[in-house]
Design a protein. Structure first.
Length: 340
């Protein structure tokens, strides 16, 4: 056998081995998908039925790599690292309460990407859909499930900078009346009517169907506001509050606060405000938090942090004690029921 023939044989052998390796990899991936495994030793995820508010189960957006990434998924509260059940419904932002879910999702159409909001029932069946004006960023449902809210970026892509604009909508799910833009509400800053072209509203959290809290930004500052859908008003309560989250008893607000000396790329820390005294308290979480935290119960906050799969869920006591701990890998946007 001459040199040329030996090279051809060697090349054929390499191609054959490569084909076998690729085939084995694809076969293993297919088997993993059939069995519901995520990549890289992630959590076990299987398709199945997901119901909002099911006793003993949490619902969230699954971030594990594999065929069920971004699907609304449930897991047993007693075993948060255990097997997951994926619904088949994919969302970029999600929240649920009172048997109602709000799912903000991407719609791929050729080279253009659009977004929409889906209102879901307790079995994740679509009730209504609405086109969105921009990129989804926040979503919330009132405690009884009768009102939902969502926020989108209509320019820019980050709260950290100043070149962005938001649009926040509130929808009543019994009458289907829609307030498309909360910036049309009358805004009172320090009890005085305030009008500004740079007004932005985002991060709704509900007290009930009519009353809510949110963030308003104007003139480079942010404020916690109390909103009233019946009167169509927003009234400032406290400065330097972003992405508020109301406690189950309605007395405290968890939020992200810009702190002095922090990097402009990582400016926020997790705080809690007492609505009765307007005294604020830092939590034990000292890292940057770019999330709208949720209350696991009356004592514990849950929020997302970057992880191996894009996002993990962490928790910390709301009273400033204890220390942060990771509660669930490869998860985002949890809903535990009740007022979140």
């Amino acid at each position: 056998m001459n040199r040329k023939h030996r090279l051809l044989v060697l090349l054929a052998a390499v191609l054959l081995l490569t084909g076998v390796a690729v085939g084995a990899t694809l076969h293993a991936a297919g088997r993993a998908a059939e069995k519901g495994h995520a990549q890289a030793g992630g959590p076990l995820v299987r398709p199945g039925k997901v119901t909002l508010g099911a006793p003993g189960r949490s619902v969230f957006r699954n971030m594990a790599w594999g065929p069920h990434r971004d699907e609304i998924t449930s897991v047993a509260d007693a075993d948060p690292s255990g097997p997951r059940t994926a619904s088949g419904v994919r969302c970029l932002r999600f929240h649920a309460a009172g048997g109602t879910g709000i799912c903000l999702q991407a719609v791929h159409s050729g080279l253009r990407e659009a977004y929409r909001a889906l209102v879901l029932d307790a079995h994740l069946r679509e009730l209504r859909r609405y086109d969105l004006a921009g990129i989804p960023t926040r979503a919330r449902v009132s405690p009884d499930g009768h009102t939902v809210a969502w926020t989108v970026f209509v320019s820019g892509d980050s709260y950290a900078g100043t070149a962005f604009s938001t649009r926040t909508s509130v929808l009543h799910t019994r009458t289907w009346s829609l307030d498309r833009d909360l910036e049309t509400y009358r805004f009172f800053l320090d009890d005085r009517p305030h009008q500004a072209a740079d007004l932005n509203v985002w991060g709704v959290t509900f007290a009930d169907d009519t009353r809510f809290y949110a963030t308003v930004a104007t003139a480079g500052k942010t404020y916690l506001v109390r909103g009233d859908r019946a009167n169509r008003t927003l009234r400032s309560l406290h400065p330097n509050v972003e992405c508020p989250s109301l406690s189950p008893d309605g007395t405290r607000i968890a939020y992200k606060k810009r702190v002095q000396g922090a990097s402009s790329d990582a400016p926020w820390r997790l705080y809690v405000l007492d609505l009765r005294t307007l005294r604020e308290n830092a939590t034990a979480e000292r890292r940057n938090i770019d999330d709208q935290a949720v209350w696991r119960d009356g004592h514990t906050l849950v929020y997302s942090m970057p992880g191996n799969y894009g996002s993990d869920l962490w928790s910390v006591p709301a009273d400033g004690s204890g220390s942060p701990r990771r509660t669930m890998a490869a998860a985002l946007a949890p809903a535990f029921g009740g007022r979140l």
